[in-house]
Ligand binder design. Structure first.
Ligand code: GLC
Length: 736
């Protein structure tokens, strides 16, 4: 139970009564303090909203229409500016990053909100997109693409409930999930956040909304859910993240709208707009789709929230303007996510209302929608963190549920010698993702981009394999396959992609395995030992030229912390039932490739073998030559997302040398005015113009071929040029 706000009001009443008694003598009975209508939970929500709205000043209303980032917001700011919501961007966590640390932070912000004249509670938003991935120790469930492979809406609802409990236990009350994106091009870096390529999959899986929100928003452990990103984010040309969805309205309605209709019918409390455009018009400026279709035709009565600083993008220039703010709110936006410069944003918004550019009726409609959800959540009565659910975080029950989801999400694409016998002989395990819980969890894990390494507590796929085999079996592990010989009865190669999120994961070029994986596979195959490949990836990969040399293949997707579920399938404790949620290409040149488009895939949508199917008789063709390693000992991909005076920088550093680099230190030089302010997934320091990045404890070493990604926020004084050069432990890196 949250600490009861009613108790707070009753205490005041009692004190008032006592005070009255003291002045009036002890004969008069204690009078209940006057409770204003909006503070009276016995009244209908609509009545409470109307009463409260009538008491609000323009500053109150402007504050409710803004959500600011925790790194640039204090509890006092909430009081002063009457802010209605705070968020954590990916990886933005309190210190200590513990459930209690989060709940303390939440309560601190809430006290700031309750210190305002009208005491309107705030909402705290986070991306709990596969479990409460912000908090170490949380259960990390398979990403949505794996859940799509289960074809099990009831399971997904249970995952929603478990996630709601772990989110509540850490004190938060709003998650920016589920992504109801329909991924139509596997090049898109957010393909794994989609349940699959067909609208009926995401539509079926909107059961997760019921799990998250419960039967009542003020029910035990219920949290506000978010249907995102409205609309067409998965249908952009070329699969470009935040790109342009150039299809007919009929196709938009047929492919991308059904999941949102289903979520609205389930009472989803918020909808997040997409960065992308529909036919050249930004969704954040699209009045027809937001107001007429979502709110009018679909009857959505919750509130619409923007994506991260998305209003800034409307005019194609850095930063936001009053005109952009007017456009977005008049299109139907109700709450803007403003990660920086939010005081300037508040000033523009206030001025736009005062000048009539944003009609008062629009302002009241936005506030009415937001306040309605706050009342329905019970925040006015129970505003503080409910820490009683902290015990559910990473609980055995939740991990067992996650393991079941992992089992059901595995898709058997080539059977070969599977299932493996548990006892006898020797099994060799290799691959960069065999003993890497960061890789098997993917993006949005502890940080925005996620990271390779032993990032969160859980069970790696290797640990799952070791636990599955009998005492009579020897399991040997070597990351790149060194040491294997023909004495092993099988080799298991766990390969695929390293973590990424959003546009950082877009792959406009090759969709094949990287050099590290190809070298490992070649080393294993050279011995003639049957190779079972487990593919840990956020999407189908271009493997047609390789699969002939593989004895078996399981698509594991991004299973999360419970790698034991993969071993359950490999050793037959669970016969595979997963079905492809996306069509599997013959080659990257086929992208986009989707069911019914007339192209011939390697494996069709819905494909998935079971152990009742005969082993595959495919012969072993000639091995593919291993590509040569590029000359530079490292390469760096450096990208930024800029706004008026700040930016988010993302670095992907790859060790292209033949030896591990431990510890790794990447350095570069910033120009005048460029300053790092906050970093994640690495330690980034700056002295003068010299910037130094080193790995966290769990990512200090960079193996040959491995890539480490990290990010940081920074400020600039007008220009934000890319650094001229990067060096890794003193040697120059190639630019990617
Ligand atoms: C990101 C994502 C969105 C997320 C939001 C807050 O840019 O597009 O999915 O919920 O910002 O982190």
């Amino acid at each position: 139970m949250r600490l009861s706000g009613t108790a707070r009001i009753r205490v005041a009443a009692a004190l008032a009564g006592v005070a009255g008694l003291l002045t009036m003598g002890v004969t008069a009975p204690a009078r209940a303090a006057a409770v204003l209508p909006y503070q009276d939970p016995s009244l209908p929500v609509a009545t409470r909203v109307a009463d409260l709205l009538g008491r609000m000043t323009l500053d109150d209303k402007v504050g409710q229409m803004m959500q600011t980032e925790r790194g640039v917001t204090t509890a006092a700011d909430i009081t002063t500016y009457r802010l209605g919501s705070v968020l954590s961007g990916g990886g933005s966590a309190p210190s200590p990053n513990t459930p209690a640390g989060w709940a303390d932070m939440y309560d601190s912000y809430q006290r700031g909100a309750l210190a305002t004249p009208l005491q309107i509670p705030m909402l705290y938003g986070i991306d709990a997109v596969h479990g409460n991935n912000n908090v170490p120790g949380s259960t990390i469930f398979p990403h949505n693409i794996g859940l799509g492979a289960t074809r099990d809406p009831a399971l997904v609802q249970r995952i929603g409930r478990a996630t709601a409990e772990e989110v509540t236990g850490a004190g938060q009350d709003w998650t920016f999930a589920p992504c109801l994106c329909v991924a139509r091009n596997d090049r898109w870096g957010r393909t794994y956040e989609s349940f699959g390529e067909k609208p009926e999959l995401a539509t079926a899986m909107t059961t997760v909304v019921d799990g998250l929100q419960g039967s009542r928003l003020d029910g035990p452990a219920s949290v506000l859910a978010t249907a995102k990103h409205y609309i067409g984010d998965g249908g952009t040309t070329g699969g470009v993240d935040q790109g342009n969805t150039q299809i007919s309205e009929a196709e938009l309605r047929a492919v991308h709208l059904p999941p949102f209709r289903a979520a609205v019918e389930r009472g989803v409390g918020s909808v997040m707009l997409s960065f992308s455009s529909f036919d050249g018009t930004k969704l954040h400026a699209h009045k027809y789709l937001v107001t007429d279709v979502l709110k009018g035709e679909l009857g959505f009565t919750g509130f619409v929230v923007s994506d991260w600083a998305a209003v800034d993008q409307l005019d194609g220039q850095r930063g936001f303007t009053q005109a952009e703010i007017v456009t977005a709110f008049n299109a139907g936006l109700d709450m803007a996510m403003v990660p920086a410069d939010w005081k300037a944003f508040a000033g523009y918004l206030r001025a736009a209302v005062q000048s009539g550019q944003i009609p008062a009726a629009r302002v009241d409609d936005a506030n009415r929608r937001i306040l309605t959800k706050k009342f329905e959540l019970g925040l006015f009565e129970k505003p503080y963190a409910d820490r009683s659910y902290a015990s559910t975080i990473g609980s055995a029950e939740h991990r067992a549920l996650a393991r079941q989801a992992v089992r059901q999400s595995q898709v058997l694409l080539k059977r070969g010698i599977l299932p493996l016998a548990k006892t006898g002989g020797k099994i060799f395990v290799a691959g960069k993702s065999a003993d890497d819980i960061g890789n098997q969890s993917g993006g949005w894990t502890l940080s925005w981009q996620g990271a390779s390494g032993n990032t969160v507590p859980g069970t790696s796929i290797l640990a799952g394999i070791r636990a599955a085999v009998g005492s009579g079996t020897t399991v040997t592990y070597n990351r790149d396959g060194t040491g294997i010989d023909s004495s092993y009865r099988a080799a298991i190669a766990v390969v695929g992609e390293t973590p990424y999120a959003e546009g950082e994961g877009d792959r406009p070029g090759s969709l094949g395995l990287d050099a590290t994986d190809l070298a490992t596979l070649a080393r294993l195959r050279a011995t003639g030992v049957p190779v079972v490949v487990v593919l840990v990836s956020g999407r189908p990969l271009d493997i047609a030229s390789e699969i002939g040399a593989w004895n078996a293949l399981v698509a594991a997707w991004l299973p999360g912390t419970e790698g034991g579920g993969v071993a359950d399938v490999l050793f037959g404790d669970y016969a595979p039932t997963g079905k492809l949620p996306v069509t599997w290409m013959q080659s990257a040149a086929q992208q986009p490739i989707n069911d019914g488009d007339g192209k011939t895939p390697l494996f069709p949508y819905g494909y998935g073998l079971s152990y009742a199917d005969a082993p595959d008789p495919t012969p072993t063709p000639t091995p593919t030559p291993t590509p040569t390693t590029p000359s530079a000992s490292c390469k760096v991909r450096y990208t930024t997302n800029d706004w008026s005076s700040g930016f988010t920088g993302t670095v992907a550093l790859t060790n292209t040398g033949a030896a591990a680099v431990n510890p790794w230190t990447l350095t570069w030089t910033f120009g005048a005015g460029q300053t790092v302010t906050q970093a994640w997934s690495a330690r980034v320091t700056q002295s003068g113009s010299a910037v130094t990045a080193t790995g966290e404890a769990w990512s200090a070493s960079l193996a040959p071929g491995a890539t480490v990604s990290f990010g940081f926020n920074g400020s600039h004084s007008g220009s934000n040029p890319r650094p001229a050069a990067f060096t890794l432990n003193g040697s120059p890196c190639a630019a990617e």
